[in-house]
Design a binder for this molecule. Sequence first.
Ligand code: ZN
Length: 338
Amino acid sequence: MGFFAWGWLSDGLVSGLQTLVFFIIIFTIVVMHELSHSIVAILNGIKVTRIILLPIGGVASIEIPEKPIVELMMSIAGPFFNFVMAFLCILLLSMVIPVAEIPAMLTSLEEPSMLVSSAQGILVLLLWINMMLGLFNLVPAFPMDGGRIFRSILALFIDYTRATRIAVNVGRIIATVMVVLGLFGNPWLLVIGALIFLVGGQEYQVVRLRHSLGELTVAQIAAKRMDYVNGDFTLREFLTQIAKPGVEFYPVVNESKAIMSVLWLEDLRGLGQENLDKPIKKLARKPDVVDGKLLAHDMVTNLLAKEFVLVIESGHVIGYVTPEHLNEIARFQGILKA
Ligand SMILES: [Zn+2]
């Protein structure tokens, strides 16, 4: 959930050590903002597998629970941290200068990185960065923190999918304004606006997908027909006898028909002739697997993140799921429910 105003912060920099210190300070604050989200998540029993620092990608891959109250607390945590930090800075600054002079110090920030040369300057800088990050992240443009807060408040009263759609649409209106402003000034607004469009839309798709899958298990939605290939076949045999246009994945089996790995057609691209007599099993990859008994809607982000996942039930492979397949199933379910 890390959208931040790098552009505003990096305007008018001087070079050298001060710039380095300046960026280390910003980086630390950004990391701590993200950690605040993660801590609240962990306290609510949500597994945090990684912290995403850049606003590019990944937002949709965080497994966010459909619990509006938890999401609300998680989303507020980041900006809340910034405002607590800003308050502490004001408190410390008020010991050395009159509080009334602080706004003037903030508005005269022309060379932010120059500030790192004094303790008082660093406090002013910290105050400024935290105010900027806190306020900017509160812009209600889903998937920014403010947009998530907006969605979770909506979801307290209306259906989660509808709440997400409204939040995404509001986010897109704001993103359009950002892009227009970006065209005439700050290019970073252009980037952030575009990301809001992209990631917001992706996340809406995930929510819609999840809801259309209802109570179906992964086993129920798995594609059952597969074209197996014996791992001892050579690449030449595979290409001449087995490979079919349109089939991208081939589970590789051993003599007892157990699936060992998966051969991806795209992995064969660019292979030289010297590989023609190699056995297929040497060119195959270890597949991702998923337990067929799990509910499909709990696995949506996981399944979408992988190109191909084998579905296992009681130790046996019963089928596979690809993102395309998942989208098709959801579409069918959508028609059934309409
Ligand atoms: Zn945040």
